[in-house]
Ligand binder design. Sequence first.
Ligand code: CA
Length: 328
Amino acid sequence: MKIPSNIRVQERRRRFAGGGKAIVFLLLLATAFWLGRRFLWPAISGRTERTLFCDMEELSADGREFVSNGQHFYNGNTQSDEHAFSGKFSSKCTPQQKFGVTAVLPDLQGGDMVEARIWRREGEGQGALVLEGDWGYWESVNEPVQKRGAWELLEIKATVPLGTRSAVMKVYPYFKSGTAVWFDDLRIRLVQGAHKMAEQSVLDSFPDLNIQLTEQGYQQLSAKREEALRRGNLISGKADLVPARLQVDGQEIPAKVRLKGDLLDHLQGKKWSFRILCEPGSNWRGMTVFSIHNAASRYYLDEWIYHRLLLDEGMLTTFRLAFTKTDN
Ligand SMILES: [Ca+2]
């Protein structure tokens, strides 16, 4: 069947209009994605990223600093036109001028990440790329990750230790030996908030363990504790067990408990140590008999770390050590 030409034109226009709408929609989608990634995501995650770059081509008016993309770098006096990876100039380090182009990164916080790379031309000497932090940190790299003609690329990366506040880091190439080394195209990537500290307390991940005693049971344990405080140590056995109900993980577990610990550090204040025996047929997380201690009686994390090390080394340890919040 032959379709009139005016109908074919209308059909083409309709299709074109449909395709145009799809392109506009895709453009809007891409713009929304870019805006979200550029502004919204940094605001939500607290993570921002910026890059500093110096190609050694321009100097400040007094010749003391390199200027590149409006950013300033120290040691402009090392500018050299003898060799260049990019443009006409590089930064030359010698025995008399050991420090080349230098970037100073102020106000770094714990968790910020700094990644630096620079092209090096050796042949007449050796040089390294250095990161130096005012919290007592210094690290250098000599081994190149890439070669291009006479030039080699050095890369180094560091994370500011968590807990550090308003730290300053310097990034610079350094002369090590020989007569001269040239460096060009320093690129620094600074990711602020790369590694954030957990803002939620670790306590929130500990289970709540509530030990319910009868009045008579509590009085019996209190009397035993008084006796231990008078004697200087605790002597406790099966005869001292009192009935209890454990409320934990949303369940109630019938059990018997007694004081535990021998030495008096287990009986200080309100944080007493307990030996807990679940009634036959009951258990908590697979345990039928277990103990809870004041964390101080096990030197807080020290004993936990010790047993983790034993496990990591494949050594025998019968301990299942965990932390819990107790209400007793
Ligand atoms: Ca250059």
